[in-house]
Ligand binder design. Structure first.
Ligand code: IFM
Length: 422
């Protein structure tokens, strides 16, 4: 068995998002979850709509201290969570100081436990008033979003040093909501998909400039100025990740691959890189074009999502972004595995490739497993279990009983020893 040591100061943690764990939110998702069309569509597939309504979720809005005690117990020293815009600005232009105080307390609770907060400012959900104005289709959305960002950052500037403006804005949110029409507002239009992407990029750029003004070059983390980034989902196409060992043979498919890469990644980097102090990467699986499928062995499939497990993909992506010379965080990587049989191997195999990328020059500063807790997995409801901590939703206590999974204890050992054995 070999040992792979990570650089001193490497951050080890996990991540959550507000809508997925907090409970009792009131945003465009909660409206959609209960809408007649959504309920009917689930029923027509023989599914019980109750399992697809976020409701109390994990009740982390009230139980965050208990959750952070677990984080501490698991030897993690960084925790990524998100702020729910609809709580902070429940009506347009009205900021709720009680909600803000809540998040100040959340950050304090992390700091008190010696855990670095990484704060996401937007993770898929919008206030209802903003959604009614068209959300990120609205030309003014960059200004509207930045007004919210300024309020939050101003309140947390002395306590938080690592910010993420948007989680997976282009490939996941814009794609699922405006191209495939699967997520709210289920608005399917190529043109509007492109507009949403452009507005989100503009919103990030504007927010970046404003946050820089608020910080005025003061430093609130150990990374100096590296304080603001985005989390980009990088599901690569397999032909590309396998370093030009093209599995797809036809010219058209190769062209499609190039187009996918440009649209999914190159365009994003080109537009946003100057306004990212660090790069946040979310990596789960790969995509395959017709012609590059293979018969997956059982162990190569993630149980609940049917996502192919492809650990080396994280290496290819890290090497691909190394040229940008920016610090990198793996802001998400995880597996839905209720039986907890594949999770620790999944983590170790991915960490091995992260380690290899570091040896080959990628400046990776931390790894955050998705997710700390089982939670509300968007349109898939509560069934997929990504958590290091199992939530038993059946117990009468709101937000369910927390049960630390065996893989979490093994991951805790890695966090403590700053190394993996594989
Ligand atoms: O649960 C999501 C998260 O909200 C964003 N990244 C992918 C995760 C798993 O699907």
């Amino acid at each position: 068995m070999a040992t792979y040591k990570f650089p001193d100061g490497f951050k080890w943690g996990s991540a959550t998002s507000a809508h997925q764990v907090e409970g009792d939110n009131r945003n465009d998702w909660t409206v959609w979850e209960r809408s007649e069309s959504r309920v009917q569509s689930l029923k027509s597939k023989g599914l019980n709509p109750e399992g697809f309504i976020s409701g109390k979720a994990c009740d982390s809005y009230n139980r965050y201290e208990e959750d952070f005690n677990i984080v501490k117990q698991l030897n993690q020293n960084i925790q990524r969570f998100s702020i729910e815009w609809s709580r902070i600005e429940p009506e347009e232009g009205r900021f709720d100081s009680t909600a803000m105080q809540h998040y100040i307390d959340v950050v304090k609770a992390l700091r008190d436990r010696g855990i670095e907060p990484m704060v996401t400012l937007w993770h898929f959900t919008n206030p209802v008033w903003f959604a009614k104005k068209g959300g990120f289709l609205n030309k003014k959305s960059p200004e509207i979003f930045t007004r919210y960002i300024k309020y939050v950052v101003d309140n947390l500037k002395d306590r938080v040093g690592l910010w993420i403006t948007f989680n997976e804005p282009l490939n996941v949110y814009a794609g699922l909501s405006f191209l495939r029409g699967e997520w709210p507002p289920q608005h399917k239009s190529l043109l509007d998909f492109l507009k949403v992407r452009r507005n989100m990029i503009n919103a990030h750029t504007l927010a970046y400039c404003e946050i820089k003004k608020i910080y005025k070059n003061r430093i609130f983390n150990e990374y100096g100025q590296d304080q603001l980034g985005m989390s980009h989902n990088i599901n690569p196409l397999v032909g590309i990740v396998e370093n030009n060992r093209h599995i797809v043979s036809s010219f058209i498919l190769r062209a499609a691959e190039k187009f996918y890469e440009y649209f999914g990644n190159t365009y994003f980097w080109r537009k946003t890189l100057p306004c990212q102090d660090f790069i946040g990467l979310n990596y789960y699986t790969i995509q395959r074009l017709p012609g590059s499928e293979r018969n997956l062995a059982k162990q190569d499939k993630a149980d609940e999502m049917q996502w192919e497990i492809y650990p080396k993909g994280i290496y290819y992506r890290l090497i691909a972004v190394k040229k940008f010379n920016k610090p990198i965080f793996i802001t998400e990587n995880g597996i839905a595995d209720s039986a907890d049989q594949k999770r620790i191997k999944f983590i170790k195999d991915h960490l091995y490739w992260v380690w290899r990328a570091i040896q080959d020059g990628a400046d990776v500063r931390g790894y955050l497993y998705w997710s700390l807790l089982d939670n509300f997995e968007w349109d898939k409801g509560f069934a997929p279990r990504f958590g290091l901590v199992e939530i038993d939703y059946k117990t009468p206590i709101a937000g369910g009983e927390r049960k630390i999974r065996p893989s979490a204890l093994e991951y805790a050992k890695i966090c403590k020893e700053n190394q993996i054995e594989n």
